[in-house]
Design a protein around this ligand. Structure first.
Ligand code: NAP
Length: 324
């Protein structure tokens, strides 16, 4: 089968397609014929530098998520040709992932989906919507009364979060560093766009002098403390992203750094479950949502796809369609 194997850390255009054997099915794992998959920042990090980490073994087929059909259900309750999505559990990191025609995944990380969506749309959903859903609906406990800022609003996760928040009737603010992306955020449903150019705090407080109730922090620790200062009493900030390329806080002093009565939480997509996937797909169907797809590539163009994402030029989910 064709697969994108990471032999050593490399630049985007050094990624190529190899011929490798189809994985052999074993108990507890199911074989999926991959139809489409979305790209993720964690795959960019693996390719660029994390592939050298002591806990990663190369060569490795990249890819932490996919949409496809069951090719061999092994000892699971799935049936051949059933539509599924798969994500996480070590996919593309501790075992070979989805950048391939077939992928072998632990059955607990495979989820049935009942949807008429085409493969490209379905490929854009699993990791991004699971992350946006978990952050907004669970961690932030968003309600229609809330005013939410999605910090890093033009990211794929950010665009999904804006959609979900608007679909339940919340007021949504979204940030970008680039004025040229203003219209995209409004089209996605943002009520107000803030430009993250060092004056975001002033922009927000001019409109909401008392602060707002919820912030989804996708830039991460680089802007977290400022975000916490913009939250009202009993509001919540959820850290889900690290777009600011800073994963930790230096000299974190919780008593001083978290304003009294402000709650800090974080989301990790490590624990997907069938009932949550069902909720997400039901919600998507009920509210007629469509993922914001930046561009679709063939597997052979994986290098260009990684380059587009690395250049921050994607504005939505980058998807690979295995049928192209
Ligand atoms: N916690 C989890 O389980 C989980 C799961 C999935 C993703 N994530 C994280 O969520 C974040 C979003 O992922 P994604 O795949 O949706 O991203 P993405 O689509 O690749 O995001 C691209 C956008 O991020 C913004 N950006 C890039 N570098 C930035 C920087 N240094 N400072 C500020 N903004 C920057 C740019 O927006 P502008 O140019 O418009 O400013 C860019 O257009 C990532 O950090 C990812 O690792 C976390």
């Amino acid at each position: 089968m064709k697969a994108v194997v990471l032999y050593k850390t490399c630049s985007p255009l050094e990624l190529t397609v190899s011929e490798i054997p189809i994985p052999e099915v074993r108990p507890g794992w199911v074989l999926i014929r991959v139809k489409a998959f979305g790209l993720n920042r964690s795959e960019l990090m693996m390719r660029e530098y994390e592939g050298n980490a002591p806990y990663i073994t190369l060569p490795r087929v990249l890819g932490i998520e996919c949409a496809g059909e069951i090719a061999d259900p092994s000892d699971s309750a799935f049936h051949p040709r059933q539509r599924v999505v798969a994500l996480m559990g070590g996919m593309g990191r501790s075992f070979d992932g989805s950048y391939a025609e077939y992928t072998l995944v632990p059955s607990k990380n495979v989820f049935s989906v009942k949807t008429e969506m085409d493969w490209e749309e379905l490929g854009a959903i699993p990791e991004t919507y699971f992350t946006a859903w978990g952050s907004v609906m669970d961690c932030l406990q968003l309600s229609p009364d809330d005013t939410l800022l999605v910090r890093g609003g033009t990211s794929a996760a950010g665009l999904a979060a804006i959609q979900l928040a608007k679909s339940i009737g919340a007021t949504v603010l979204a940030s970008t560093r680039k004025r040229t992306k203003y219209d995209q955020l409004v089209q996605q449903g943002a009520d107000h766009v803030l430009i993250d150019d060092g004056t975001l705090k002033d922009q927000l407080l001019n409109r909401y002098p008392q602060g707002i109730t919820k912030i989804l922090e996708l830039i991460g620790p680089a802007t977290l403390l400022e975000s916490a200062s913009l939250i009202r009493h009993h509001g919540i900030v959820c850290v889900t992203g690290i777009l600011g390329k800073k994963g930790t806080l230096d000299h974190f002093y919780p008593i001083k750094d978290i304003p009294p009565g402000v709650y800090l939480t974080g989301f990790s997509s490590n624990y997907p479950a069938q009932h949550i996937m069902d909720e997400i797909f039901n919600h998507i169907k009920k509210h007629h949502l469509h993922p914001s797809i930046a561009k679709v590539f063939a597997l052979s163009a994986i290098g260009q796809a990684h380059q587009l994402m690395e250049d921050n030029a994607s504005n939505g989910k980058v998807v690979i369609n295995l049928n192209l």
